[in-house]
Design a protein around this ligand. Structure first.
Ligand code: HEM
Length: 580
């Protein structure tokens, strides 16, 4: 049972709850216009087989916001449906466009960008490129510069990939760029009308929820309280790797093992009660169905098409109901455990839920409803699971590709702890380990974009207008590899932060050079916890095993794929050899 659960929970298989590589943006034309049982998918007009999926990434779960990146699937379109649908859409679009067009003098002076079609804007160009969205952005930024506009249907997306502009917007004028864009109706259901840290607009609700999370749950003293949970998850991780290697001539999958460990830690921190295998498995499935219904649809970009999506809206409500029913049973279990101390022997002394049960704040006298608690717990679990697992996978891949870095790290571990197991206190003393983790976050920020931002009032940046309804996207991957900012940015070189003197403030306060956690008011509140997890996991994994490529001597493929985060295109399989 445990093994089955373990595989289901942790596998990076497309059907996994946490990674939805093959869940594509499907435009199912409802019976009213499809007149057949065809499942109609938006595909490139040029080709009927578009291989890449540009999916809604990080924002799809953590945020209920709108960095909505389209996904296009291989599909074969009946040419008549295609023609009919395109002509109809263009006709209606063109009509609305002409009727609603502002006189030239009143139009915004937006950053430049590729010219698009009326209403659909650049939607089809992104599709036609056949590339994941982050690659499309990477390509066109060489033409349009460090700030440019993409019109995705009715949405205006302003993309910033320059460290100085990011600093100006998010630090120097932080309050102005600290809001979130409007979200679509499905997301509003799952965010309980933006009642979560990541989705709330800049204002009192956000401030109170964030303050609660940061001060009562993610402060360094609170993080220390969960040390035992981490210790036992690390032991389990090492045992599982060892068992898997023994059964497979030394070969292991990396991300599924790491993800399992992180998910178990966050579950314990969030609910503070013991969960059996079945409950963990079900939690996984619930998260998966939520991810699927949150996947972007064409009506997110062209709301005029929303009447055709009633079936999908109904499905979203059902999934939300199932999620609430399932998670509320654990919420109630925790509530009972703290109301009746001693009644549940396995209950932990503290959990995130405890900070939420009685939470009230200015302008809101009532405590969070069960539905709101579900939203807040989901955010806590989702924020830290895939992000951390993805980072560790990239990190191990780099250690395999750079064996001299792995040896140097192992030597540091050995000289710091001798034959003892690495623990959290040791980690604080390891300068090289810190440099390795920082370098991996520079080169492979788990989310290539931070969550979508929005301005609190119409602004200008770099001489361009930033309207209220625009989604402002910061391309952290581009910043971390910018040759204007970094020497030899392609190279994985942890020493750049030690002997080569290339320091970088990860919080961006003294200047932005990399921003894997975002910077400014919306910076990831889990930064401290996440770095504890990353340091500890990498240190333990390198202390216990020597990591080499599978198959032996093969060259690793460092291309990424956009799932919830940007993870390795070919999930990392490695060969491990116990060190002793
Ligand atoms: C390696 C791990 C992690 C990475 C790379 C990461 C990255 C990020 C990024 C890029 C943002 C968006 C910042 C912005 O909008 O400008 C963010 C926001 C957020 N993260 Fe993390 N994160 C990680 C772990 C965690 C953990 C462990 C938690 C909580 C347990 C967490 C909770 C959140 C929340 C609640 C927000 C929304 C903050 C707000 O809107 O005010 N994250 N994170």
């Amino acid at each position: 049972m445990h093994d089955k659960l373990y595989d289901q929970l942790t596998t990076t298989h497309p059907n996994n709850a946490f990674t939805l590589a093959n869940v594509v943006f499907i435009i199912e034309i409802p019976p009213a216009i499809s007149c057949s049982c065809h499942s109609y998918r938006l595909s490139s007009p040029k080709t009927t087989s578009v291989q890449h999926h540009s999916r809604l990434p990080f924002s799809s779960l953590l945020s209920t916001n709108t960095m909505s990146l389209l996904s296009f699937s291989p599909a074969t379109l009946d040419p008549y449906y295609h023609l009919f649908f395109t002509v109809l859409a263009l006709f209606i679009s063109g009509l609305i466009f002409l009727l609603s067009r502002k006189p030239k003098s009143k139009r915004s002076h937006l950053p430049p960008g590729p010219p698009g079609w009326p209403i659909v804007g650049n939607l089809f160009q992104v599709a036609q490129s056949g590339k994941p969205f982050f690659e499309y952005v990477d390509d066109i930024r060489s033409k349009y510069g460090s700030i440019f506009t993409l019109k995705m249907g009715t949405r205006t997306m302003i993309i910033i990939s320059d460290a100085k502009l990011a600093h100006e917007a998010l630090i120097e004028r932080g309050a102005c760029f600290a809001s979130r864009p409007k979200e679509n109706p499905t997301r509003t259901i799952f965010s309980c009308n933006k009642f979560s840290v990541n989705a709330a607009v800049y204002g009192s609700v956000w401030r109170s929820l964030r303050r609660n999370m940061v001060q009562n749950m993610l402060s360094s003293s609170r993080i220390k309280e969960f040390r035992n949970v981490r210790d036992s998850a690390m032991d389990t991780l090492i045992n599982r790797l060892r068992t898997e290697a023994e059964a497979n001539s030394g070969d292991v999958w990396v991300i599924k093992n790491v993800r399992f460990a992180v998910f178990c830690i966050l579950l314990a921190m969030c609910f503070g009660i013991e969960m059996d295998d079945e409950a963990i498995e079900k939690m996984d499935q619930v998260m998966k169905s939520v991810l699927i219904v949150l996947d972007p649809r064409i009506d997110d970009f062209l709301p005029i098409l929303s009447p055709f999506f009633s079936k999908q809206r109904k499905r979203a409500s059902e999934v939300r109901k199932a999620q609430v029913n399932f998670m509320v049973s654990f919420i109630e279990k925790r509530r009972n455990a703290i109301r009746n101390p001693g009644s549940d022997k396995s209950a932990m002394s503290f959990s995130y839920l405890d900070t939420l049960f009685d939470l009230t704040f200015e302008g809101r006298k009532s405590t969070p409803s069960n539905e709101e608690l579900v939203t807040l717990c989901s955010e806590f679990l989702n924020g830290g699971t895939d992000t951390t697992a993805t980072a560790v996978e990239w990190g191990i891949a780099q250690l395999i590709a750079n064996p001299e870095v792995q040896t140097k790290l192992y030597n540091e571990i050995k000289s710091t702890v001798g034959d003892r197991k690495v623990d959290e206190k040791d980690v604080e003393k390891m300068e090289y380990l810190h440099a390795v983790v920082k370098e991996l976050l520079r080169k492979h920020p788990p989310t290539y974009f931070v969550l979508s931002h929005a301005v609190t009032e119409p602004m200008t940046l770099a001489g361009y207008d930033i309207p209220l309804d625009a989604s402002v996207e910061f391309f952290s991957h581009g910043i971390g590899e910018d040759p204007k900012v970094w020497n030899n940015p392609e190279k994985f070189n942890p020493d750049r932060f030690i002997s080569d003197g290339e320091d970088a403030d990860i919080t961006g306060v003294t200047g932005v050079k990399m921003m894997p956690f975002g910077v400014g008011r919306r910076i990831c509140p889990g930064l401290g916890l996440a770095t504890v997890h990353l340091h500890l996991m990498i240190a333990r994994m390198v202390q216990e095993f020597e990591w080499t490529a599978y198959p032996p001597n093969s060259k690793l493929d460092f291309s990424g794929k956009l799932e919830f985060t940007v993870s390795m295109k070919n999930s990392l399989r490695a060969t491990i050899k116990p060190r002793v």
